[in-house]
Structures are given as C-alpha cells and as structure tokens.
Design a protein. Structure first.
Ligand SMILES: *Cc1c(COP(=O)(O)O)cnc(C)c1O
Length: 368
C-alpha cells in the first residue's frame, strides 16, 4: 500500500516514515497479554535511555496527548510551593493546571522574546517569602521557538534544593537532554513530536527517588496519577487503562529509528533544515520574531509580510494544495506565522517549501 507523502511544517504531529506508519498494521491483540507487556517494557526502557540511566530513572506511559502528561506531572509531583516559569503559551498552560488543582503556586512571568535572566531568577527565588519545593518550566517554548536554558535553571534548582519539573514535549529526542546532569526530577513528552511516532501516547520520565516519595501523597485525580500508573505497571506489567495499542507499535518502530539515527545526529539534521529555512526566509525579505541566540532551531516564528494582499489563510491553502502544512502564530500583538522543521523531513523539503512560498509571495505581488 502506498501512502502519499506530505510535508508537515506544523509543530507536531510531525511527518513520519512509512515504516512507522506501517508498524501500526498488526493483528488485533488484547493489551493485557504477555506479548504486549514485552512491547511496553521495550518502550519504557528505551524512552528512558535517551535521557537517563534506567537504574535511576523510569518512564511512565499514558494514553493521552502532551497536555495530559504535563497535567499528570504537575498534579502528581508538586508537594509544596511551586514556581512556574511562564514565557509562552505552554508555560501559561502549566499555570492554568496549577490553578485548577488549587496548588500553592507563583507565576514567574517573562518576556517571550528575550532570553531568561538566570541571575534575576535565582535572586527572585531567594528573596521570595515562599520556600519553593518545585519549579516547573518548558524546555522548548513551541509558541515562539525559544529554547530555554534548562541546564542553567537546573543548576539553580540544585543549589537551592528545588525539584525541577520540565515540559520537554517539543524538545525531547531532538535537543540532547541529560536528566542527571541537568538535575531534572520529572520530564514529560509525547509520541508524536521529535520521536517521530503517531499521536496518542504521552509519557513522564521520572527520577525513581522522586517518584517513590509520592507513594504516600493522596492522588489528586484518578487517570493521571503518576505514582498509581507507575506502581500498577510495575506489579502487573499492564497499563491501568486501555492504551492506544497501535500507537505503541508505531512508537516501538519510531524508537528503533531514533536509536539508529541518534539524538545528536537528529538535532543536526533538524538544524540543517533550520539553517536552510532561515537563509531562504532572509532572501525573501521575511523577518524572524526571535534573535538567533535563543532559537531552538525546531520551530521558527516569522513576522507576516506587510502587504494588503497577504492573508495567512490563503497562503496556508496555497501551500496545503501542494501537500505542505504550515501553522498560524500564537500569543502576540505582532502578526506572525510558524514553520516547524521537525519530523521525518530534511533540508530538501524545506527547499521545496521555500520555492512554493516564493511563488505565493510573487502571486500577491509582494516580491518579484
Ligand atoms: C505540543 C506541546 C504540548 C502538548 O500539546 P498536546 O496538543 O496536548 O499534545 C505541550 N507542551 C509543549 C511545549 C508542546 O510543544
């Protein structure tokens, strides 16, 4: 069977390989069978290995999107005052979660287009009347493309005895992460971004010591309880509730392909696509929202051309007809759109996109 290839430049679900797509076509199976347990054990072990030693870290799987596992981490792990860094829509979402669960939290609001000021952050924490037990942050802010200094914040947390909770949904499996070195206690991601699998599976990678300490905390919810999900799997080698079975088969294949490429090489491939993109945009006279030094090189926010004939919807449809999907901007007074360069694509796909973007800009008389 042939599946038409499309170039997804939205920030996930990302373009997948045919082998990942086809891995979903398997005989029906009950996910409480031993055969399925072996698949899940492979997945949990290998997802951990990308960021930590399985002796000290463990992956907890859920059926659900990225937001589900971010909610699982915040609602399960936070046992004292929480500081949330908010420099974009996903930082804000963590605040919303803390609000809904009535947690004792403080929002550390920061400009979405400027690098975090770590000295200010450290002083802010030390001067606070609250003794924060946890700090939550987004590693790569998909809203803008900003890569936050995770290692720098991790050092502050280590110095001040604070547990670090990270939304790594859009950085995991592309930007190298070392949970131990970066002092991360909990890290969330999903099956459908840089790991290049299908949507439907979210996971939290936890430091075993930190996870075990939650044993006696009362769960704040049923489905998303991190400790309960973990201990059920440890005892039964089954997920508590029905998992997205076929997504798991695709995830296994996606993991094999990620291991084959290597996370660092994957980030180099993505970076090369990003360089191609940024060079091409400059040639078309388009400007970027962020300065180069804080770009994660995974998604780029582009300022819309000032031209009365321009419309995002029309540009989107023009490109969509050519099997290229782009993404609207988010959060800003400034009008922007976004182009991600993650997934099973490379710089040649970006070249195709740039060629079509140019012909759209010519068609509205913006350039010649
Ligand atoms: C994609 C993403 C999420 C999760 O989004 P879902 O739509 O729930 O999968 C969370 N955080 C970040 C930084 C993301 O990029």
């Amino acid at each position: 069977m042939e599946v038409k290839r499309k170039i997804l430049l939205n920030p996930g679900p990302a373009t997948t390989t045919d082998s990942v797509k086809m891995a979903q076509v398997v005989s029906d199976i009950c996910p409480r069978e031993q055969e399925f347990a072996e698949l899940v054990e492979f997945i949990t072990e290998e997802l951990t290995v990308f960021v930590g030693d399985p002796k000290d870290y463990v992956t907890v799987l859920f059926g659900g999107s990225g937001t589900a596992v971010v909610e699982s981490m915040i609602s399960s792990a936070v046992t004292g005052p929480l500081l949330v860094i908010n420099n974009g829509a996903y930082g804000k979402r963590m605040c919303q979660i803390a609000e809904i669960y009535n947690l004792n939290y403080v929002e550390y609001k920061h400009s979405p287009v400027k690098e975090l000021d770590l000295d200010h952050l450290k002083k802010y924490i030390m001067d606070s009347k609250l003794k924060f037990s946890h700090l939550a942050m987004v590693h790569h802010e998909t809203t803008t493309g900003m890569l936050n200094d995770l290692e720098g914040v991790g050092k502050i947390c280590q110095a001040l005895g604070i547990e670090l909770i990270v939304d790594g949904v859009s950085s995991y499996a592309a930007v190298p992460i070392d949970m131990k070195k970066m002092n991360i206690s909990f890290l969330a991601s999903t099956s459908n971004k840089n790991i290049q699998g299908m949507p439907g599976c979210g996971f939290v990678i936890a430091k075993k010591n930190s996870l075990d300490r939650l044993k006696d905390s009362k769960a704040r919810n049923l489905y998303l309880s991190l400790y309960d999900q973990h201990s059920f799997f440890q005892q039964k080698k089954q997920l508590r509730f029905t998992p997205p079975v076929q997504t798991f088969y695709a995830l296994k294949q996606a993991i094999i392909e990620t291991k084959r490429e290597g996370v660092e090489a994957r980030y180099l491939r993505y970076s090369k696509s990003w360089q191609t993109l940024v060079k091409g945009l400059a040639e078309l006279g388009l400007e970027l929202l962020l300065p180069e030094n804080c770009q994660g090189k995974l998604i780029t926010t582009i300022i819309e051309p000032a031209n009365d004939n321009y419309s995002f919807e029309k540009m989107h449809d023009y490109l969509y007809d050519k099997d290229i999907t782009i993404y609207p901007g988010k959060l800003f007074e400034q009008n922007t759109f976004r182009v991600a360069n993650i997934g099973a694509i490379d710089f040649r796909d970006i070249e195709i996109f740039l060629k079509e973007l140019k012909s759209y800009l010519v068609s509205i008389g913006h350039i010649r």
